[in-house]
Ligand binder design. Structure first.
Ligand code: ZN
Length: 164
């Protein structure tokens, strides 16, 4: 059997980015191999998060690789959010563009890890922003649709930080 081809980045306007992804139901070795490959691609593409729809897969799975944190969320659900913060956000699937997005400052999220274990976690600051950005991807929502009032999504210089 030939190995599967490497994951490819999908960019807007691919339809997979605009539909609600299917929940993960089977937590097996194949899922964990996919997670491992997504970690590799996320780092290779200099993202801090990567959602399965961004590699063309209709699945509620996202990985986050930020500072010393590296974890995967399956079927994430935002249980609560507090505070509001506006910051510039971009996306690997919207290359070269960014805009000011309003997000909760703190969130509580429920998800399953790649072993299928239920988790409830609290995130703050930039990590909370990444979690919200990736959870949005799994609902078919891009950060361009979450702009702060009056903000515009526009071309940015190549060297600016991107969320994912
Ligand atoms: Zn993104």
């Amino acid at each position: 059997m030939k190995p599967p081809p490497p994951l490819q980045l999908v960019t807007d306007p691919a339809s997979v980015l605009h539909q609600r992804a299917r929940p993960v139901r089977i937590f097996d070795g194949a899922l964990r191999r996919l997670v491992d490959e997504m970690y590799i691609r996320c780092e290779e593409w200099s993202g801090v998060g990567l959602a399965a729809p961004q590699v063309g897969l209709n699945l509620q799975l996202a990985v986050i690789v930020y500072e010393d944190r590296k974890f995967a969320m399956c079927n994430p659900e935002l249980l609560s959010g507090e505070g509001e913060v506006d910051a510039t956000e971009g996306c690997l699937s919207l290359p070269g563009m960014a805009g000011i997005v309003r997000r909760f400052e703190q969130v509580t999220v429920r998800y399953r890890n790649p072993q299928g274990r239920g988790m409830v976690k609290n995130y703050q600051g930039w990590l909370a922003r990444i979690v919200q950005h990736e959870s949005d991807h799994l609902q078919g929502m891009l950060c361009r649709e979450r702009l702060a009032p009056g903000a515009v999504f526009e071309i940015v210089p190549e060297d600016e930080e991107e969320v994912s």
